[in-house]
Design a protein around this ligand. Sequence first.
Ligand code: ARG
Length: 275
Amino acid sequence: MKKLLKLILMAMVIAAFAACCSKKDNENTGNVTGQDTSLDDIKAKGELVLGLDDAFPPMGFKDDNQEIVGFDIDVAREVCKRMGVELVIQPISWDAIKFELSTKNIDCIWNGMTYNEERAEAMTLSIPYMKNTQVAIVLAASEVNTLADLAGKTVVIQNGSTASDAIDANEGFKDSLKELVKVDDNVQALLDLKVSGSDAVVMDEVVARYYMEKEAGTYKILKETLADEDYVVGFRKGEEALCTEVGKYLKEMAEDGTLAQISETWMGEDLTTVE
Ligand code: ARG
């Protein structure tokens, strides 16, 4: 009888082990056994390093006191508090998000990052937490009112952003443009619009709305949009444990109203989509 029990126990241990190692595409480099130690590593380190382009209001940006604040920052800070770790904020170039993750300079990209297939291949992505659209923003005085009006004109986008995907997906629009200029961040893109004679910036709607309000009377957003998107948090490929833990707190914060409250603070309404 004892022997039989022992056998059953052994079989159970083997099955559990096989299940845990069956994630063949788990490329987590956490340790040599290939196991996902991402959550334990963060807890042992006592901090989560969040990477962001700090010119992306209201998600993450430098305020007048040069402090990095925003929706994503407040949410991440609360998630970290619930996880029992410190939030560390690390500005990076948006163009280098995958590199910064792989070199472990940062633990996650948490900065209004849109889901796309290429990123899903390269990173482990969280549940979506907010909807966004890609919009074209022009100067208020511009005679451009539709995407068709931008034919023969110059459009500026942020390098490495999904504004590029959105434009690629609207082939007719893309082909109609005179030029597509790529710059480092959206502040530069809007500056180009104001001083360098470009005609429109294609960017995230939440950011465009922020500038519409901050610099009232300066811009208008075209009614036609270019793409519907979801924001997600990006982790190193295979770091499922850390990703799941963050997702768990996002869900908890959706349920207890914290997410809605943070959204209202920064966006004036609840734009979050976590269920
Ligand atoms: N949502 C777009 C993307 O994921 C734009 C974000 C770019 N900039 C940023 N600072 N988050 O590509």
